[in-house]
Write a protein that binds this ligand. Structure first.
Ligand SMILES: Cc1cc2nc3c(=O)[nH]c(=O)nc-3n(C[C@H](O)[C@H](O)[C@H](O)COP(=O)(O)O)c2cc1C
Length: 161
């Protein structure tokens, strides 16, 4: 049985909906996903799992502070596989050119998550982002299929127990 420990820092509930969708998609593949808000988890004593998935909302270009603190305190063996799934504001098209900036200037939510995790010696399996269309949500149209696609790839890449 493959187990994923899913640790999120959702404030407005969008990240909870993403976690639920991923949990159900993975359950259909025989993968158990245990979802916890990080306020209910101890970064120094996490349950055993085949992969740890960290999910954070963006704040001022970075992951929300509570997640940064959590990852700084994380105690997992070097080489432990992880993945990241952030919720971020959808980039707005440039007013003059109509083009969507990629990358978005000043937006470092995913890179900071990866930096903090790799500083602990963890091994990245994959990362991704689901967008919200307003500061507190809702999630973008089609977000379920985005999460399902993420889950499908993750199921292929997660080392079996
Ligand atoms: C004060 C504030 C600042 C924010 N700054 C960013 C940001 O810099 N980048 C970003 O992508 N999203 C930003 N957001 C939007 C969050 O990404 C959004 O609230 C979050 O994805 C919603 O997830 P949740 O419902 O799980 O909390 C900000 C939201 C608030 C309230």
């Amino acid at each position: 049985m493959t187990t994923i420990e899913y640790l999120h820092a959702s404030k407005y509930g969008n990240g909870v909906a993403v976690a639920d969708e991923l949990e159900h998609r993975m359950a259909a593949k025989g993968v158990t996903v245990d979802v916890h808000h990080i306020r209910d988890a101890d970064p120094r004593h996490l349950p055993a799992a085949d992969l740890y998935l960290f999910s954070a909302p963006g704040r001022f270009g970075r992951p929300i502070r509570r997640m940064r603190r959590f990852l700084e305190q994380l105690d997992l063996p070097a080489g432990t596989p992880y993945s990241v799934l952030t919720t971020e504001m959808a980039p707005r098209p440039d007013r003059k050119t109509g083009e969507v900036p990629d990358p978005v200037p000043g937006q470092k939510v995913l890179p900071v998550m990866n930096e903090l995790l790799q500083a602990k010696g963890l091994r990245k399996v994959m990362d991704g982002t689901v967008h919200v269309t307003g500061l507190k949500g809702p999630l973008e149209d089609g977000w379920q299929s985005k999460v399902d696609g993420y889950a499908d790839r993750l199921a292929e890449l997660t080392p079996a127990a």
